[in-house]
Write a protein that binds this ligand. Structure first.
Ligand code: 5GP
Ligand code: ZN
Length: 117
């Protein structure tokens, strides 16, 4: 998918705006959320622009695997593997997706309520 000029996460990937980067590979970037909702709040994004996870398919299975395995790395690096954490992929309006470049939230470091609001 063509990268929209207005995409804030593409701007972070292309180092046009700064972010606190946690991990970077050829395909995936993990960086800290600017408005954290928990002591650890990290976003994992594919470097290729995709609006949301529903638009991903079998061809993206390796990339999807790398996103989830990067979440494992981030969890361990931040000691969340010992206490628990949540992965969230908001998709579409009703889920409150505000940035339309697919991203997986890694949220932890405190007790998390369920169900979400
Ligand atoms: P969504 O609601 O789309 O699932 O989550 C988007 C997330 O991106 C929000 O948690 C928001 O705080 C974060 N965010 C928005 N703009 C920026 C930015 O410029 N830098 C960083 N690091 N995070 C951002
Ligand atoms: Zn983008």
């Amino acid at each position: 998918m063509t990268e929209p000029t207005s995409c804030i996460f593409c701007a972070i990937i292309n180092k046009k705006i700064t972010a606190r980067i946690e991990k970077e590979s050829a395909n995936v970037l993990a960086f800290h959320d600017t408005n954290p909702v928990a002591p650890v709040h990290i976003l994992i994004v594919p470097k290729v622009h995709v609006n949301n996870i529903y638009q991903m398919s079998n061809e993206d299975s390796s990339l999807l695997g790398e996103i989830i395995l990067t979440a494992n790395f981030v969890a361990k690096a931040n000691k969340l593997d010992q206490t628990g954490y949540r992965l969230v992929i908001n998709t579409g309006e009703d889920a409150g997706q505000t940035v339309h470049h697919v991203h997986c939230h890694v949220i932890g470091g405190r007790s998390l309520a369920w169900p979400p609001g």
